[in-house]
Design a protein around this ligand. Structure first.
Ligand SMILES: Nc1ncnc2c1ncn2[C@@H]1O[C@H](COP(=O)(O)OP(=O)(O)OP(=O)(O)O)[C@@H](O)[C@H]1O
Ligand SMILES: [Mg+2]
Length: 421
């Protein structure tokens, strides 16, 4: 089936769009009485910029800004319309209809009470997307797991369990992945198929925040890690930052921008430095090391069997300073760091493939067992806006065995030249 995946991450740096074919070898599996293997083939991947003014308003809300119901309604509607036009443009570019759209939306709040997730809010009204795509839209992917007692996050473990079942099954050592988005999340999958996954803490979110503040918004991130490369890690500040209670908590756990924001950096700065100034370069170098150290420490303390390698994805892969800091931190435990490129997945679009997979699973009635989901309480993820036609759901599947990611389908030169990435 052809699935269009839409999402905007914690950084709200853009709307990631992918159109993906996911097919089950069901005939063969049915003959063997087994659950199917899936093949996942991306046909189109692109990132579409948010309208700047809307992005500013969404980020203000995600950063704790107080808004009234009118503004919430407007933001939900406007975000839905932006996702809708991103979907429409991608379908026009490919010249193809889709069977299903999966829309994660823009997270504006992840409600964690003490140590338990209680709720989560993603904006982007699905009805607009269903109108534009003339297809059913699956959205609100996290709520069912939270209502059943889970964290609703991180979702990447679902993809990694299926993906690594195929690629690392005979190796014997567990495989680990890290997604370096605004928040960083890890998954560890053993060769027996057991999966653990959790948010380790900050990915790029703090680096982005201090760069944006220091440049009055002229720059939104540490392009190519140049500021970090020009600075020195401040050991006192790093140690103050590492005291954050979230970093000490055992997995499973999930977090968001509301926990890791400028208020946290500023109070650690005050505790560690008092009034002594710190250059932007040193601050960024220290925050870059914080991400690397917290991911590596979390991987070390959160896993019983040591993985052989750590496969990285997300925008942080484009930051050489972060990748070299993380590579050095995990190497101390004998783990090698590689980009997901090496394993056939474009780092910027691994999450898009993950959302497409979630869509396939929910469409086929397959439940999602996330890391904090209690035994017997796995639920089918998401809610469906039917779109113009009556819903025709396929026969449910009992589960899947695993998935293989095929290379991006070869495009005609004209189509490839028009692609945004
Ligand atoms: N060339 C680059 N140099 C340094 N950092 C980069 C570069 N390109 C992207 N980034 C970082 O990656 C971030 C975007 O990554 P990504 O899209 O994976 O995060 P996200 O949208 O927060 O996703 P999610 O929260 O869903 O994981 C940017 O905000 C920036 O910090
Ligand atoms: Mg992003």
């Amino acid at each position: 089936m052809r699935i269009l995946s839409l999402q905007s991450g914690t950084s709200a740096d853009g709307i990631d769009v992918a159109i993906v074919d996911i097919d089950a070898d069901s005939a063969q599996s049915a003959r063997n009485g087994r659950t199917p293997w899936l093949t996942v083939r991306p046909l189109l991947t692109r990132t579409v910029a948010w309208a700047p003014e809307l992005r500013t308003r969404l980020l203000a809300l995600a950063d704790g800004g107080r808004v009234d119901a009118e503004e919430l309604c407007r933001l939900d509607t406007l975000a839905g319309q932006e996702f809708a036009s991103a979907a429409r443009a991608a379908m026009q570019h490919l010249g193809s209809a889709v069977d299903l759209v999966v829309s994660h939306g823009q997270t504006v709040f992840h409600w964690v009470d003490g140590t338990r997730a209680r709720g989560t809010l993603q904006l982007g009204e699905a009805a607009w997307i269903a109108e534009a795509a003339a297809a059913p839209v699956l959205s609100n992917l996290r709520a069912a797991d939270i209502a059943a007692g889970g964290e609703g996050a991180p979702l990447m473990g679902i993809f990694d369990r299926a993906w690594l079942a195929a690629s690392e099954a005979d190796d014997g050592t567990p495989a680990a992945t890290v997604n370096l988005g605004g928040i960083a999340n890890l998954s560890v999958v053993t060769s027996g198929g057991t999966m653990v996954a959790w948010d380790t803490g900050p990915g790029n979110v703090l680096i982005d925040a201090v760069v944006a503040r220091a440049t009055n918004g002229a720059r939104g991130f540490d392009a190519d890690g140049k500021l970090a490369a020009a600075g020195q890690v401040d050991a006192r500040l790093l140690s103050a930052l590492l005291q954050h209670p979230y970093l000490q908590r055992p997995a499973p756990k999930s977090t968001g921008r509301e926990t890791f924001g400028l208020h946290f950096v500023d109070s650690a700065l005050a505790a560690a430095k008092g009034d002594s100034p710190l250059s932007l370069e040193d601050l960024v170098a220290t925050l870059t090391r914080l991400t690397a150290r917290s991911v590596a420490d979390s991987l070390h303390t959160g896993t019983v069997e040591r993985p052989g390698r750590l496969i990285a994805s997300g925008g942080g892969v484009r930051n050489p300073s972060l990748m070299s800091a993380l590579g050095a931190e995990v190497a101390r435990n004998g783990i090698s760091l590689v980009s997901s490129d090496v394993c056939g997945i474009e780092p910027d679009f691994k999450e898009s493939l993950m959302f497409a997979l979630l869509g396939f699973l929910s469409w086929h009635g397959v439940t999602c067992e996330l890391p904090a989901t209690a035994p017997g309480r796995a639920r089918v993820a998401g809610q469906i806006a039917p779109g113009p036609g009556p819903l025709r759901m396929p026969a449910p599947l009992a589960g899947i065995r695993g998935l293989r990611v095929l290379p991006m389908e070869a495009r005609t030169p004209a189509a490839a030249a028009g692609a945004s990435r």
